[in-house]
Write a protein that binds this ligand. Structure first.
Ligand SMILES: Nc1nc2c(ncn2[C@@H]2O[C@H](COP(=O)(O)OP(=O)(O)OP(=O)(O)O)[C@@H](O)[C@H]2O)c(=O)[nH]1
Ligand SMILES: [Mg+2]
Length: 320
């Protein structure tokens, strides 16, 4: 097991140093429907129109939510990484992730598109990165124009929410399920910025099964395409390993913590009164409770990805 430095996370309810071990029976999850392939083409076609790309990542899984095809898609277009849903992620680890990206020479900002935190800083970054291109345009005789920016990211990561937040109005449709935006949409943000909303894009194969799993945990993958019970059990095992006190607190578990995810699911179902005839636990109901509450941050702020060990520091001043 890989060793990692992690400071002061105990206050967040994190118990152990290493991440939960990977289980052999981790399911293979894959979701790359036709509309995503189409969306990718749309992005590639529109790329020449933009000055900067915002790569929106999920702050809970900054690694697993990064599309490995992005570099190929955006070529040498300037990009800024925005770690969204920072309100749901472990704040200390988000700061470390921001520092990590910066150490790799990538502009990065933590944001919470729901409440607007970090959004101003993001606009500043975008405008700054766009400046060489907007200035070149003026020098070539064009009229001063707004910076043009495209927002890219996996389904359900908050692209449309970020745009609505930037625009200060509900201009584009958002919902808590993946695959809401199906076409591109240009939105003017005041004088200085034009934004292009795009549909969420995944990639054809998650090389690492853990990536597919984490994308399922966080709601980037359509819930209908995998075994929700199996995935919930695996989530519970990870939470048991990394965030046991949160489980105890949230679900008012007493006595010794059940040893497996399946037993945990059963104990949670019992505590929440999800019972069917004969006193058996309604696991269907219990798994929906676990998933919904996890995704809504009811189990506290959780980060499930580890920073790659490249000698990066976690002391830089990230927005957090
Ligand atoms: N807690 C939290 N929720 C967020 C944040 N940003 C977005 N959401 C929620 O995440 C869900 C998805 O948001 P959308 O803006 O529709 O996501 P999208 O990336 O446009 O999704 P697609 O169009 O399906 O690709 C919605 O329920 C939002 O309210 C955030 O920063 N924090
Ligand atoms: Mg959308």
């Amino acid at each position: 097991m890989k060793k990692s430095k992690r400071r002061g996370s105990a206050a967040q309810g994190r118990e152990t140093e290493a991440l939960a071990p990977v289980r052999d029976d981790t399911p293979t999850i894959q979701w790359f429907p036709g509309h995503m392939k189409k969306a990718q083409r749309l992005v590639e076609e529109n790329l020449k129109l933009v000055d900067v790309v915002i790569e929106l990542l999920d702050a809970r899984i900054p690694l697993s939510s990064a599309n490995p095809m992005l570099a190929e898609i955006i070529q040498d277009k300037p990009r800024v990484v925005a770690l969204n849903k920072a309100d749901l992620a472990d704040a200390e680890r988000t700061r470390a992730w921001v520092a990590y990206f910066r150490s790799q020479g990538i502009a990065a900002v933590a944001v919470d598109a729901s409440r607007g935190r970090g959004v101003k800083q993001l606009v500043q970054q975008v405008t700054e990165l766009a400046r060489p291109r907007t200035e070149k345009f003026v020098k070539a005789g064009g009229r001063p124009r707004a910076a043009r920016c495209m927002i890219l990211g996996i389904p359900n990561v908050g692209k449309s929410s970020l745009i609505n937040r930037l625009a200060g109005a509900a201009i584009t449709k958002t919902a808590d399920k993946p695959g809401v935006t199906r076409a591109k949409q240009w939105i003017k943000i005041g004088q200085g910025l034009d934004l292009l909303d795009t549909p969420g894009i995944l990639w054809p194969k998650f090389e690492d099964k853990q990536v597919g799993l984490k994308l399922a945990f966080t709601g980037a993958v359509n819930d209908d395409i995998y075994d929700l019970e199996q995935v919930t059990i695996l989530l519970l095992e990870i939470l048991r390993h990394d965030y046991a006190p949160r489980l105890v607190e949230r679900f008012k578990l007493t006595g010794e913590l059940p040893a497996t995810g399946a037993e945990l699911l059963e104990a949670i179902g019992r505590k929440r009164g999800c019972l069917v005839r004969g006193g058996l636990v309604d696991t269907d109901k219990a798994m929906h409770i676990v998933m919904t509450e996890f995704r809504a941050g009811k189990l506290g702020q959780v980060t499930l990805d580890e920073i790659p060990q490249t000698g990066a520091t976690d002391t830089a001043d990230g927005e957090g």
